[in-house]
Design a protein around this ligand. Structure first.
Ligand code: SAM
Ligand code: SF4
Length: 336
C-alpha cells in the first residue's frame, strides 16, 4: 500500500484484524442461473432497493479512504449492470486503491474486456465449471460455453494478466472434469481455483450434502497426474495456492468447511442492496443504503458507520452441511 495512514484512520475489527479488501456486489441480477447459486425461478430485487452506480462509488470511496486497497466487483453478474464501465473508471481513479478486480461468468467479456481494461480494471476472475457445451448449459441453465470461451479469449487479447478461472465441483455433475479443467488452464496459461460448494441459500435442484466434493479430494485427483507444490501465497482469504514444476499457473482451493482461514481474514462484503456483511458465513450486517439515502453525499457519516460496524465482525464463520442453511442469502446476493 503506497500510502501513509494514521492507525486511527484504518479499519480494524475487534480481533485486531485490519480490513484491506472489499468485495462489492454491483447487482443481484444475472443472465445465468447456476444450479448451486440460485433457483431456476429466481426473484430479483426491485431496482430501487439496489444501490445506484453513484452510491456504489460512494461506498467504494469510503472504504478506500479507510485503508482498503483492493476492491473486487462481483454480483450477480457485474456485466449485466449497464453502469459498470462508469463505476470501474471512477473507482480506478481513487488514490490508494492498488487493485480493482472483477468476478464474472464471462459471457459478456467479448464486448466488455477491452473497454474495461481501458477504464482501469486490473484483474478478472472468470467462472468456468465445465468444458462440455451440454453440461455447461445444464449447470448454468442458460449459459453458452462458446460465448464464455470467446470472453476468455477477449480478456487475453485485451492484455489482462493473471486471468483466473473459478470452478465449483459437484459430485456426479462435473467431478470427472477436474483434470480437463487443469489441462485447459495449463494450455491457456490461466490460474485456476476450485471452490467447494457452500450452503448459501436454499436450493432444491440437488442435495448439497450429496454433491459436496472436498478440496482435499480435488487436490488428490490433480496430484495423481500433476504433482502440486504447496506455496505460502496468501490473500488473507480461504484460498490455498499450489504450483506445478512444469507450468507457471497457480492452482487454488477454497474450502469454506474444512479450513480455518478466519484468523487472517482481511475482507468484508457489501451486497447489491448496500448491506455491509462482516462475514460470509454469518448474518451480522449493517445497512449502508439507509445512511447513503438519509445523508446523501456525506462521506464522513458513511465512514463513521463503517468504522462502527467493525465491532460486529465475528471471530469465525459457522458453515455446516449437516444443518439446514443458516444463511438464507443466495450467493448472488452476497457477492462470491
Ligand atoms: N456471476 C459472477 C460469476 O459467476 O463469476 C460473479 C458472482 S458469483 C456469485 C461468484 C462466484 O461464486 C462464482 O465463481 C460462483 O461459481 C461462486 N458460487 C456461487 N454460488 C456458490 C455456492 N453456493 N458455493 C460456492 N460457490 C458459489
Ligand atoms: Fe450468476 Fe455467477 Fe450465480 Fe452463476 S454463479 S448464477 S453466473 S451470479
Amino acid at each position: 500500500m503506497g500510502r501513509e495512514m494514521s492507525s486511527a484512520t484504518l479499519l480494524r475489527d475487534g480481533f485486531g484484524r485490519q480490513i484491506t479488501y472489499l468485495r462489492l456486489s454491483v447487482t443481484d441480477r444475472c443472465n445465468f442461473r447456476c444450479v448451486y447459486c440460485m433457483p431456476e425461478k429466481m426473484r430479483f430485487l426491485p431496482r430501487t432497493q439496489v444501490l445506484s452506480a453513484e452510491e456504489l462509488f460512494q461506498v467504494g470511496a469510503a472504504f478506500v479512504a479507510l485503508g482498503v486497497n483492493k476492491i473486487r466487483l462481483t454480483g450477480g453478474e457485474p456485466l449485466v449492470n449497464p453502469d459498470l464501465p462508469w463505476l470501474v473508471e471512477n473507482l480506478a481513479g481513487l488514490p490508494g486503491l492498488d487493485l480493482l478486480m472483477l468476478t464474472t461468468n464471462g459471457e459478456r467479456l467479448g464486448i466488455h474486456a477491452k473497454p474495461l481494461k481501458a477504464a482501469g480494471l486490473d484483474r478478472i476472475n472468470i467462472s468456468l465449471d465445465s468444458l462440455r457445451p451440454e453440461r455447461f448449459a445444464e449447470l448454468t441453465r442458460t449459459g453458452r460455453l462458446k460465448r464464455v470461451l470467446e470472453g476468455i479469449g477477449a480478456a487475453q487479447q485485451a492484455g489482462f494478466e493473471r486471468l483466473k478461472l473459478n470452478a465449483v465441483i459437484l459430485r456426479g455433475r462435473n467431478d470427472d472434469e477436474i483434470l480437463e479443467l487443469i489441462r485447459f488452464a495449463r494450455r491457456e496459461v490461466l490460474d485456476i481455483t476450485f471452490i467447494e460448494e457452500m450452503p448459501l441459500g436454499y436450493i432444491n435442484e440437488h442435495d448439497r450434502k450429496l454433491s459436496f466434493v472436498s478440496s482435499e479430494q480435488i487436490r488428490t485427483t490433480i496430484s495423481n497426474e500433476f504433482p502440486l507444490l504447496p506455496t505460502l501465497e496468501n490473500t488473507g482469504g480461504p484460498a490455498r495456492y499450489h504450483r506445478m514444476e512444469d507450468s507457471s499457473i497457480s492452482v487454488g482451493f477454497i474450502s469454506a468447511h474444512s479450513n480455518n482461514f478466519c484468523g487472517s481474514c482481511n475482507r468484508v462484503r457489501v451486497t447489491a442492496e448496500g448491506r455491509l456483511l462482516l462475514c460470509l458465513g454469518n448474518e451480522h450486517s449493517i445497512d449502508l443504503r439507509q445512511v447513503l439515502r438519509e445523508s446523501p453525499n456525506d462521506p464522513d457519516t458513511l465512514k463513521n458507520k463503517i468504522r462502527q460496524a467493525m465491532s460486529l465482525k465475528p471471530e469465525r464463520h459457522r458453515f455446516d452441511l449437516n444443518e439446514a442453511p443458516q444463511i438464507v442469502r443466495f450467493m448472488n446476493m452476497t457477492g462470491g
